[in-house]
Design a protein. Structure first.
Length: 189
């Protein structure tokens, strides 16, 4: 079921521990670069890895991703991150919300917008993502994971809108990409 897939995807975001002093310093340095829109793809990943899972962490991440997007509007990572953060924040703020009711919330409009943009960016460059998988480095594989997320969460929105067939197709695309990425990782099956 698509709802359980989304819960699983969000679970990874909700299980990070505390930071060492070195990591806190690294996070401060990266924060400035993200805010100025000059962070590399690798730095965007590292910054988000260093964040925790409290509501304050999601708010900080979202604020910085918005700042980054002002200078880099057609960037996949901040768009999908803002969409996923938005869902995580809704769940944290409204502990008992049922998934079908989520789309009635005014803050869900922004989630819809960012996930839609991420999916559009992925969909229009699908061939290059798939070709790039042949000799992919770790950073590229992380990006393809974000591509898979764009499919999953676009599927989630279609599911909420009652477009069951479309939701199944998008979920299937995300799963296929995920499996390909896992096979290429040194610890994959």
């Amino acid at each position: 079921m698509l709802d359980s897939l989304i819960v699983g995807a969000l679970n990874g975001l909700l299980t990070q521990g505390g930071l060492s002093l070195a990591d806190k310093f690294k996070k401060m340095k990266l924060k400035g670069k993200v805010e100025q829109g000059s962070a590399t793809d690798n730095e965007l990943f590292k910054y988000n890895e260093l964040l925790g899972s409290s509501l304050a962490d999601y708010v900080e991440s979202s604020r910085l991703m918005h700042a980054f997007l002002v200078r880099n509007p057609n960037h996949l990572f901040p768009n999908i991150t803002l969409g996923v953060n938005g869902i995580a924040m809704i769940i944290q703020r409204k502990q008992r919300i049922a998934f079908p009711d989520m789309k009635q919330l005014p803050e869900f409009d922004e989630v819809r917008q960012h996930i839609g943009k991420a999916y559009e960016l992925v969909h229009t460059t699908q061939d290059s993502w798939l070709k790039g998988l042949k000799n992919a480095d770790e950073l590229f594989l992380l990006y393809v994971f974000k591509v898979a997320q764009a499919y999953y969460f676009k599927g989630f929105i279609e599911h909420l809108d009652g477009n069951t067939q479309e939701a199944k197709q998008l979920k299937s695309e995300g799963v296929k990409l995920d499996k390909r990425v896992l096979k290429m990782l040194p610890y994959g099956n």
